[in-house]
Design a protein. Sequence first.
Length: 670
Amino acid sequence: MSENKSRYIDVVLNVPLNQAFTYREPLDDGKKELPKDPFGYRVEVKFGNRKTTGFVTAVYDSIPKSCSVGDDKIRNAVKYVDSEPLLTRELLSIASFMSSYYIAPIGECVFAMIPSGKRETEIPGFSFFQDEKGFEKKELSDEQKNAVQGILSSGAPSKFHYLYGTTGSGKTEVFLTCADSVMQQGKGVIYLVPEIGLTPQVVEAVRARFGNTAAVLHSELTPSQRLGEWKRILHKEARVVIGARSAIFAPVPDLGLVIIDEEHDSSYKSGSSPRYHARQIGMLRCSHENIPLLMGSATPSMEAWHSMAEGKLIKHVLTRRLAGGAVPKIECINLSSEANGENCISRKLNSEIESTIKENKQTILFLNRRGFTHFFRCSSCGFELKCRNCSVALTYHKSENRLRCHYCGYSTTPPQQCPECGSLDIGYSGFGTEYIESEVKSKFPNARVLRADTDSLHHKGELQERFDAFKKGEADILLGTQMVAKGLNFPKLKLVGVVLADSSLHLPDFRASEKTFALITQVAGRAGRFFPDGKVVVQSYNPERDAISFAVRNDTEGFYKKEIEMRKILGFPPFTRLLRLVFRSAVPNSAQAAAEAASRILEKKAPPEVEILGPAECPLNMVAGNYRWQVLLRGKNIKPLQEAAKALVWGYKPLKDVYIEVDVDPLNLM
Ligand code: ADP
Ligand code: ZN
Ligand code: ZN
C-alpha cells in the first residue's frame, strides 16, 4: 500500500454473539503482501485475551459507523492465515440467512460451513479411475430417460424436482446422468447422500464416473484433508462434490445442480446449532443461483409428499426394477400369536433362512438400533436400571459384562440384586445384536455370520470391509442395524428379515409412524434386486398398525394418504410449522423454571397466531447430566414463530446455568 494508513476489517468469530467485530488490518510485515481484497480471508486476532481465528466479512478505508468503540480501542488483527480467501460472498449470504432463519449467531453459522483445518493436506488419490472396474454407462430405461428429460429441460431452470422411485428402480443412474450433462456444460454439481460411510456404492459410482474431478467429503477426512478438498473445489479442480449434510456448503464455482439422494433421511438435519436442514439450504442456493434442485427417495418425507401433491415440487416417477429383480413378497409374522419361548426368530423366519442358505443365497437380518436395547429389569418390582446422567435405559453388553449408556458412554457392572427392592429375581429383557447373533449361530451352526453395527466396528473402513466381504459372498447372513438399510446392492441377497418392526413405533413423537414405515420399506427394498423371487419377513407385535400393515402390503400411496389425514387432524407438519425451544440445565429445577418463565413471556408478547405448547418435560428428560424441558411454538407460518423465539432468546437473559436450544422445523421432539 502506498501510505501507512491501515484499513479496517469486520471479522466474524466462532463465539455465541450475533455480530462481527471490527479490527485494524494486520500490519504489512514485508514478508507477505496484504491481499487487495481481504474479503473471505481467515485472519488471526486477539479476542479478549485469547488468540483465535475468524473470517473477514467487510473492509473499510475509515472506521465504520457500525463500530461501537472509538478508534483508540480498535485492535490490530495479528495476521492473515492463508494466501487466498476461503469464504465466498455467496456463502456469507447463506450464513446470514441461516443465522436469521435458525436463530443462531452468525459466527456459528460461518464456522459450520468451512473446514477448520490449519493447513491443507492432500488426500491419497483414488485407487481406481474412470472406466475402471467395469462401470460403463448404462442404457437408460424409458422411465429413466423421461425423468432425465423432464429434469433437464423443464423450461424455468430454478425448479425443484423430485424423483420418486421404488427401491432399486435406478434413481442413482438418473442422478448421475443429470450430473454428467450439467458438467458437460462446464458447471459444477453438489451430490448429497445421507451418511457417506453408509452409501459406499453411490460414492463408488460417482468416483468411477467422474474420476479426479470428484471430491468426496466424508466423515473420516481430517480437518486438514477437508481443507485440501475445499481448495480443490474453489480452484475448480473438483467439479462434482459428493458428501453428507455439510457438503451442501461446498464452494462450487458456477454451480449448476444440487442433488439430494434419500431426501427423507433425518441425518440431513443438524443436531447442533445451527440446526439447519440441508434441503432448506439447497432450496435457498438453487433459487439464488437459478438452477435446478433434484431430490429423490422411495419414501419421501411427508413434507415432500405434500409439496408434490400441491405441485410445488415437480414429480418424476420410476416404477420398475431394472437389474432383473422384482419388488419382493413381504410376509408379516405376528409375534403375539407365535409364542416361541426365549427366541427372537420365529419358525417361519427360521425356515426361510434355512432354505435361503440351501440355495446358496444370502440373508440380511435387520435390527432396529433403538429398540434393541438389552436392558436390566427386576421381575419383582419392574424396576429398570437407567443411566444416572441420562433418562435412558442402560444396555447390557454380554461380551464385557457391563451395562452401558448409549447417550453419554457411562458404564457400570450389572448389579446382583434389584437396587430398588432387593429382589434377586432380576434379568435382562429386550434383545440386543449380540443376543441375536448367538441365537443365529446356535440355530445355524454352519452358516457364516457377519455383524454390522456400531458396537462391532473398531477401526476406520471396517464397515466397508464387511460390506465388501458380504458382497463377495464370504458370509451367508449379515446382521445389522440402520447401517444395512441404505443404498446397498448385494447381488446374492434373497431374504431380508426384520426382526422386530415395532421398536421405533412407540417413540413419543408424531413422526414415529412415518419413520417406521420408511425404515421397513427401505430395508425390505434391499431384497431381490437381481432376481424375481426375493423375500421379506417382517416380525411384529402390532401388525395391525398402519406403519406396518401398509409397508407389508407395499402400499406407499395408501400409507401417505392416511398419515397425511392424521397430520391434518392433529395439526402437525406439513399443515403447520413448529419451532422447538429446549431448556437444559445441570441444576435440577432451573430447566423447568426457565421453561415456565419463557412461556409466560411468550404468552404475553407473542402474536395470537403463535400457539404455545408446554412447557413440558422432554421425553428424554435428562441427557448427559442435563435436565431438559421444552416449549413448542406452532403456527401456520414460520415467520411469526421465528420472530417470537428471536425476541425471547436475543431479548432476555436466560436464567443462570440454563442453556436454550432453538430448533426451527424440528425433526424429532425427543
Ligand atoms: P435406487 O437408487 O432407485 O434404489 P439403484 O440406482 O441402486 O436404485 O439401481 C438398482 C440397480 O439397477 C443397480 O444395480 C443398477 O446398477 C441397476 N440399473 C440402474 N439403471 C439401469 C438400467 N438402465 N439398466 C440396467 N440396470 C440398471
Ligand atoms: Zn425390584
Ligand atoms: Zn448417559
